[in-house]
Design a binder for this molecule. Structure first.
Ligand code: S3P
Length: 169
């Protein structure tokens, strides 16, 4: 397996699980949002405010494209990266796609004190989250494995992924 790509809604634990998973596998860890912020020298919030979501999605596609020849990486994607068919094609071609899920209640709890998600600004409600999840469900479902992280420790989620990957080798 060349790379592991973590997809999933905001607050499903992609970045924290990704870091630990990379350490366990001896892979390098990459976070798409962090890369975009570093390249643009702006936070995700600032990017959305200044240039809008469309511009952010173009930057996201450009960063994903740069992974076309990646090897030995665990890549944590932003919750909306799977919307783009170009991104999905890259993810499929470079490795194993692991989709993390969580209940809307769990997501609200995890993101309660977090204001870094422009799409949930001022409306961290069950309804907003469920609607966005429903819109994206078919894209999230298109994964090699889906793991429900609700109520689980990141160590346990990571162990589940490792077991799955061992079974595939
Ligand atoms: C987004 C998720 C965010 C970030 C941006 C848009 C989304 O990443 O890319 O705010 O569309 O779901 P996380 O999933 O890491 O929060």
């Amino acid at each position: 397996m060349r790379n592991v790509i973590l997809t999933g809604f905001m607050g499903t634990g992609k970045s924290s699980v990704g870091k630990l998973l990379a350490t366990e596998l001896g892979f390098r860890f990459r976070d798409l949002d962090e890369m975009i912020e570093r390249i643009e020298n702006l936070t995700i919030n600032e990017l959305f405010e200044k240039y809008g979501e469309g511009h952010f999605r173009s930057l996201e596609e450009a960063v994903v494209r740069s992974f076309s020849d990646a090897e030995g990486m665990v890549i944590s994607t932003g919750g909306g990266a799977v919307i783009s068919h170009k991104n999905r094609a890259v993810f499929k071609s470079i490795g194993c796609i692991v989709n993390l899920t969580a209940s809307p209640e769990m997501i609200i709890e995890r993101l309660e004190h977090d204001d870094r998600r422009p799409l949930l600004k001022g409306s961290k409600t069950r309804e907003t989250i469920e609607n966005l999840m429903r819109e994206r469900e078919s894209f999230y479902a298109d994964a090699d494995i889906r793991i429900d992280t609700t109520g689980k420790k990141l160590e346990d989620v990571t162990r589940e992924i490792l077991l799955f990957l061992e079974g595939r080798d």
